[in-house]
Design a protein around this ligand. Structure first.
Ligand SMILES: CC(=O)[C@@H](O)[C@H](O)COP(=O)(O)O
Ligand SMILES: NCC(=O)COP(=O)(O)O
Length: 238
């Protein structure tokens, strides 16, 4: 069974755009779990433009499913994760000015750094995952770092599948197979959506978890807007 972890970064983005506390990210995390989500993911960045470090702390007591914190392991991020102690930390090599994550780790070049950071988290009983492109050498490199899991970066698949290219699944399926063989758990995320998730999960062996945020929030808007407009109209009726 593949677990669905809901990335709530976009909820924080919406909140921050008005400066208040609407929508409330803690309440949202409680609600998505009530609705069946099997995990909550956040991706705090150093500029705190969406999820803030304080949100990570505030969410800890309410996330009773899997709590996954993603991010680039700069010192402030490492300190935060060690303080909050989520179920899982996912290491992502995103530049500070990147709009969103845009590449996986070079697990060969950064092997020593990753070994150090991963062992520190594991000593503190935090499961580790590292964000990787679907390249076999990178999966072999990931194994060398001692990580518990990998997260396959699915942007390329999502883009190609949207254009009708089903063969874009192949490198992901091959990498998942290799990871299974090497004893690495397999997660996946980025641009997964209602359109592509079934095909993706049907074709990836041993897929343990997907984290989905951007599309899930956009889809929730589209699928909820009719209901909300009707509710307003009912309240406006004299
Ligand atoms: C690693 C990954 O793909 C996601 O964490 C993604 O970066 C979501 O973050 P944003 O919501 O900030 O785009
Ligand atoms: N790890 C991927 C994630 O958390 C969500 O990415 P996206 O669905 O917002 O692209």
């Amino acid at each position: 069974m593949t677990k669905l972890s809901v990335n709530i970064n976009k909820i924080a983005t919406l909140r921050n755009s008005r400066g208040g506390d609407v929508p409330n990210v803690v309440q949202f995390a409680k609600d998505v779990q009530e609705f069946g989500a099997e995990g909550v993911t956040i991706h705090p960045r150093p500029d705190e433009r969406h999820i803030r470090y304080q949100d990570a702390r505030d969410l800890k007591p309410v996330v009773y499913t899997e709590y996954n914190i993603e991010g680039n392991p700069v010192k402030s991020f490492i300190d935060l994760v060690l303080e909050v102690r989520p179920t899982q930390v996912t290491l992502v090599p995103d530049a500070e000015d990147a709009i969103t994550s845009n590449a996986g780790w070079d697990t060969i070049k950064h092997k020593d750094f990753l070994i150090d950071v991963i062992s520190e988290f594991q000593r503190n009983n935090i499961r580790t995952s590292i964000f990787v492109d679907p390249v076999l050498e990178q999966i072999e490199g990931a194994k060398e770092t001692g990580t518990d899991r990998i997260e396959l970066y699915t942007e390329a698949f999502a883009h190609q599948y949207g254009l009708g290219n089903e063969s874009a699944i192949k490198p992901y399926a091959d990498c998942a197979e290799l990871a299974n063989k090497l004893g690495l758990g397999v997660n996946a995320g980025h641009d997964l959506s209602l359109d592509n998730i079934k095909f993706f999960s049907d074709n990836i062996p041993g897929l343990l978890e997907v984290s989905i945020g951007h599309a899930l929030v956009a889809e929730s808007l589209y699928l909820g807007v009719e209901n909300v407009i009707q509710m307003y109209l009912r309240k406006l009726k004299k």
